[in-house]
Each structure stands twice: as structure tokens, then as C-alpha cells.
Ligand binder design. Structure first.
Ligand code: CAO
Length: 562
């Protein structure tokens, strides 16, 4: 039995790296080249593969530890003939890093009749004779590309490389397709380069001969190593970390596809491709949101489960036939009005909530005769305080109390569709009708506030909403929504639940109506209310109790003081 200690290999410039993924458990068997652990410098993510077959004895470091060249990181028990002798540094170096190159893009000038310079952009020296796969073309014909913008993304089985442009100019022709296997010197694209950028041709392959397999990957991250700076490859830059300036920082997010933007190592990308998983849809649980192998397998499990149990999934609603497009001009004069951003968001949210939430709406009237008499009595004091008290303030106060007494309504379905999140705070959203569309500012901690304070916040938030001055934070965190059309009119309506909340109260215009008191009809002011709820989280009984409680609070506001 040979125990071999694995040490941090030559990092080619980076002084220290962080241990970001320990993928095995002691005793796990491992084959040559299987990833032992993942290290990350501020520029590159590196799988450290095993130099031999065997089993992991133990890791000598923890996730998050900072290590440097030569530090011992793991022990493996080597089996059979595959035992590798010390010194391990060299052994590990030889297998640890895929040659991912100082990717200096070589260009070939072409004669141009128009006087502009056409250049063919070639795959740079990738430090290996092996072909690597082109997984992403980040530009299109006709694009004006700035120097440093990513042209394509290449991927070997160990590393992903952004290949940036050494020139500013216009893409005349793309000479490759996604999935192509490319090697050093293969033509990538034809450019019409702009005058000032033309001289930057970088025969990097010649001035910096192909790096050895042992050192190429880390060096790709070291600015000093690349003879033509903008051409250096950005390998898997971590979100939130300083990326290689010329390679990634200048790339507009829209110019990169999901594949290039996600934060995942090469091994994870390989698995994702094999399984047909779009990494952009996979939530990463690693440091700084890095996507781990487990994240991919959990994602696949969840997708399979959702297929098997569609009713349990929180999202869905696919497979519904689209409404056919119609040319309305055949019926008369029309004009096309652009939707505001808020209108588009509202449309998307409403459709999502309507499709995903099994709605039930329950109706009742609250007798607000006394409430209104009391509210009107507050008018003089309100004027002194500069606060206008409308029925909405009482409704929000009553909703807070009803949520506290009926905690089922202060929940959300967890994203897995298997759990409920009980909230122990009480923030109520208020739908506000604005010229740009519907917005829902949130009044926080309503149970800790009185009618004056709530009234002042209603005025403030409704004003900000109408002026388009609401901050995103002021529209987040709602537990339940109130939609009041009382000032506008109507007998009733069925509001759509503002998921992931599970309930919404729609209030219409109060009206004097004759009410039988057991002896005679008496005139009472009745407020029509409609409570829509998510029947996955709320039962009819819960809703009945919530509504009855609300009616009681509004019909006799002394209960609000209890
Ligand atoms: N019945 C009768 N009168 C009512 C009432 C009701 N249910 N609710 C409010 N009113 C009265 C108020 O008392 C006020 O009259 P007074 O000044 O005489 O007291 C008047 O209507 C105007 O009230 P308001 O609308 O200015 O103020 P508010 O606090 O009642 O409402 C807000 C604030 C933001 C809820 C409201 O302005 C608004 O935007 N409502 C629309 C919400 C909406 O669009 N919902 C639909 C969403 S789903 O598409």
C-alpha cells in the first residue's frame, strides 16, 4: 500500500489560491485524472486531478483554506502499478493543469481593396496538439467588436477559455460553428479592423512558445505572462472577483451567452453538457455561487421530480397553446402602443401567477358604518397633523391583525413545493394605480404601527409610486397584498394572488344597503371584499376564518385595539 501526498503544483504566477471544492469523501475510489479538488486563484479555476488510481485517504485542507505551491493538500492510497513516486509536486504538475494557454490571438492580414484592413483571427496557441471544443460564439456577423471583447469560448476537458479580440473592428464572417473541434492556428473569424487597432497583431505563439502542460493554466491568469495583454484568456473568472481586465471586464453582459457567464468549473460544464443541462438555470451552492457537480445532479433530480409530480411544482404552466397573432388592421384603423416596463413586468407576473396558482376567491361584506363615522371624526385632527386618513389605512391595520391571528396566510410555498415558509414579520403590499402601470409598495411591520403612521406611509408610498420614485426595496418583502378599488367603484372583482404570497384582498366601493337586524331593515355601509388565495397553501376553512376575522375587525374596530 502506497500513500501518496498530493501538493499544490506550480501555479505559474499566482502566489496563493483558495480551496473551493473538495469533491470526495475519505475512502472514495478515484481514477487517474479524476478531479481530486478544485483550487481557485483570482483569475482561474483549476481542477487538480489525481495522478494515480486509488482511494482518497483524507484531505489535508478545508474548503475555503488558502494554500500556496508545495502545500500538502490530500493523501491518496495508490493501488496497483499506477503508484506514482515522490516528489509529488512534479507528478501533480504534470497532470494537474490542462494547457489552457496564454491565449494571444494571432491574426493574418488580408489585402483589402477598400483600404481597410481585413484580418483573419486564428485560434491562438493553446499549448497542446489536441483539438478543443468551441462551446460559444459570442459575436455575430456585422457586430462592432471592441478590443478585448470575447470572440468565442473554447473548452477542453479541464478548462474553459474566453478568447478575446485583439482588435476593434467589424465582424465580416464567422468561420466556425459551435461544437467545432479547433486547434492552434485554425481560423475563427474575418474582421475588418479599424485603423487604430490594426497594428496589434500578436504572434504570441512565437514569442511565447507553447507552455508546458504543467504550467500553462495558471499562467494564463497572470497578466505578465501574456505578451499582448488584451489577448490573454480569461479562464472562468469568478463573479464578484476582479476578472482579467481586457478579457472579461469589457464584455457587455448581453454579448455573452449564458454558457459563458455561469460560474462553474470545466468538470461541471462537461457533466452539464452530457446531461443537456443549461447551467444558467442551475443555482450554485459553492463559494460565491459557484455551481458544483451536486448542484447539477440536484437540478436534474428536481426537473425529473417536477415532471413526475407537476402538481407539486411551484412553477410550470408550459404547454399552453399561444393566442394566435391577429392582424387587427384588417378590421379597422389601429395604432400600436408600446408597453411601459412596468406594464410588461405586470403582464409577465400576472400570467405567471395565474398559471401557477390554483386560485379560489371568497366574498363577504364588512359593515363599516361605525368605522367610517370614526374615520370622518378624525378629519380635523388629521388636518392638524397633515395626514389624510382613508379606509385603506384601516384595511391594512386589520389585515395585519388578521394575519397574526391566521398565520396560514402569512406563509409562502418553498421553491421545492414540499415545504411552507412561515413568516414572523408582517409587511403588507398595497396595489397602486399609476400612469405607468400597477405597482405594489410595501408597508412594513404594520402590526407595530398605528392608523396615523400607516396613513402617512400610504400617502408617501402612493405619491412615490405615482411619481415613479419607488425604490426596489420599497416594493419587496410583502406578505399579503391589498388591492383597493374603493375610490374607483365596482361591486367586486377577483384579484390575482401576488405569488409567492398566498393571499390578496380585493376591496370595492362601500355602499349604503338595507340590512335586516332581526326586526327591521336598517341602512348600513357595506364594504364588499374578495379574498383570493392559493389553494395549495390555504384551505377553504382557513380562508373562511381569515375573512370572518377581518369582517369582525372592520365592523367593530375596537377589536383592533385588543
Ligand atoms: N369605498 C368608498 N370610498 C372609498 C373606498 C371604498 N372602499 N376606499 C377609499 N374611498 C374613498 C376615500 O375615502 C377617499 O375619499 P375621501 O377623501 O372623501 O375620504 C377617496 O375614495 C379617494 O381615496 P384614495 O384612493 O385617494 O386613497 P386611498 O387611501 O383610499 O387609496 C390607493 C390609496 C393607493 C390604494 C389608491 O389610490 C389606488 O391606487 N387604488 C387602485 C388600486 C388598484 O389599481 N387595484 C387594482 C389592482 S389589480 O389590477
Amino acid at each position: 500500500m502506497t500513500i501518496q501526498t498530493i501538493v499544490v503544483p506550480d501555479l505559474g504566477g499566482a502566489e496563493t489560491v483558495e480551496v473551493i471544492e473538495l469533491g470526495l469523501s475519505p475512502g472514495d475510489s478515484i481514477e487517474v485524472e479524476d478531479s481530486l479538488l478544485v483550487l481557485e486563484s483570482d483569475k482561474a479555476t483549476m481542477d487538480i486531478p489525481s495522478p494515480a488510481s486509488g482511494a482518497l485517504v483524507k484531505y489535508l485542507v478545508a474548503e475555503g483554506a488558502t494554500v500556496k505551491v508545495g502545500d500538502a493538500i490530500a493523501e491518496i492510497e495508490v493501488t496497483g502499478d499506477a503508484a506514482v513516486e515522490a516528489p509529488e509536486v512534479e507528478e501533480v504538475e504534470q497532470v494537474a493543469h490542462e494547457p489552457v494557454a496564454e491565449v494571444a490571438v494571432e491574426t493574418v492580414p488580408e489585402p483589402s481593396p477598400a483600404g481597410s484592413t481585413e484580418r483573419t483571427i486564428l485560434v491562438p496557441d493553446i499549448g497542446s496538439d489536441d483539438k478543443v471544443e468551441l462551446i460559444e460564439i459570442s459575436v455575430a456577423v456585422g457586430d462592432e467588436v471592441a478590443e478585448g471583447d470575447t470572440l468565442v469560448v473554447l473548452e477542453s476537458d479541464k478548462a474553459t477559455m474566453d478568447v478575446p479580440s485583439t482588435h476593434s473592428g467589424k465582424v465580416l464572417k464567422i468561420l466556425v460553428a459551435e461544437g467545432d473541434k479547433l486547434g492552434t492556428g485554425d481560423a475563427l473569424a474575418l474582421f475588418e479592423v479599424t485603423a487604430e487597432a490594426a497594428p496589434v497583431a500578436a504572434p504570441a505563439a512565437k514569442s511565447e512558445p507553447a507552455a508546458s502542460a504543467a504550467s500553462a493554466a495558471p499562467k494564463a491568469a497572470a497578466p505578465a505572462a501574456a505578451p499582448v495583454e488584451p489577448a490573454a484568456a480569461a479562464i472562468q473568472s469568478a463573479p464578484g472577483q476582479p476578472a482579467q481586465p481586457a478579457a472579461v471586464a469589457s464584455v457587455e453582459p448581453a454579448a455573452l451567452s449564458d454558457a459563458a457567464q455561469v460560474y462553474a468549473g470545466p468538470a461541471v460544464r462537461l457533466i452539464a453538457r452530457e446531461l443537456g443541462v443549461a447551467l444558467s438555470e442551475v443555482p450554485g451552492s459553492g463559494p460565491r455561487g459557484r455551481i458544483l457537480k451536486d448542484d447539477v445532479s440536484n437540478f436534474v433530480k428536481q426537473v425529473m421530480k417536477n415532471k413526475a409530480e407537476p402538481a407539486a411544482a411551484v412553477s410550470g404552466g408550459s404547454g399552453i397553446p399561444a393566442v394566435p397573432a391577429i392582424d387587427f388592421s384588417q378590421f379597422g384603423k389601429i395604432e400600436e402602443l408600446p408597453m411601459s416596463k412596468i406594464q410588461k413586468l405586470t403582464a409577465a407576473n400576472m400570467q405567471r401567477n395565474w398559471l401557477n396558482v390554483p386560485h379560489v376567491t371568497q366574498f363577504d361584506d364588512a359593515d363599516i358604518t361605525e368605522l367610517e363615522a370614526f374615520r370622518k371624526g378624525l378629519k380635523a385632527e388629521g388636518e392638524k397633523r397633515g395626514v389624510r386618513v382613508t379606509p385603506v389605512a384601516f384595511l391594512i391595520k386589520a389585515i395585519g391583525a388578521a394575519l397574526e391571528a391566521n398565520p396560514e396566510f402569512n406563509r409562502s410555498l418553498a421553491a421545492d413545493g414540499q415545504n411552507l415558509i412561515q413568516k414572523h414579520y408582517c409587511h403588507v403590499g398595497m396595489a397602486v394605480d399609476t400612469p405607468r402601470g400597477l405597482v405594489v409598495p410595501v408597508i412594513r411591520d404594520v402590526n407595530e404601527k398605528g392608523i396615523w403612521e400607516i396613513s402617512a406611509e400610504i400617502s408617501l408610498l402612493a405619491g412615490k409610486a405615482r411619481d415613479g420614485k419607488l425604490k426596489p426595496a420599497e416594493m419587496q418583502g410583502g406578505c399579503f397584498t391589498l388591492s383597493s378599488l374603493g375610490a374607483i367603484g365596482g361591486n367586486g372583482f377577483t384579484p390575482i394572488v401576488n405569488a409567492p404570497e398566498v393571499g390578496i384582498l380585493g376591496v370595492s366601493k362601500s355602499q349604503m344597503k338595507p340590512v335586516w337586524d332581526g326586526a327591521e331593515f336598517v341602512p348600513r355601509l357595506l364594504l364588499p371584499m374578495a379574498l383570493s388565495y392559493d389553494h395549495r397553501a390555504i384551505n377553504g376553512g382557513d380562508a373562511g376564518r381569515f375573512m370572518t376575522h377581518l369582517v369582525k375587525l372592520l365592523s367593530d374596530i375596537r377589536y383592533l385595539a385588543l
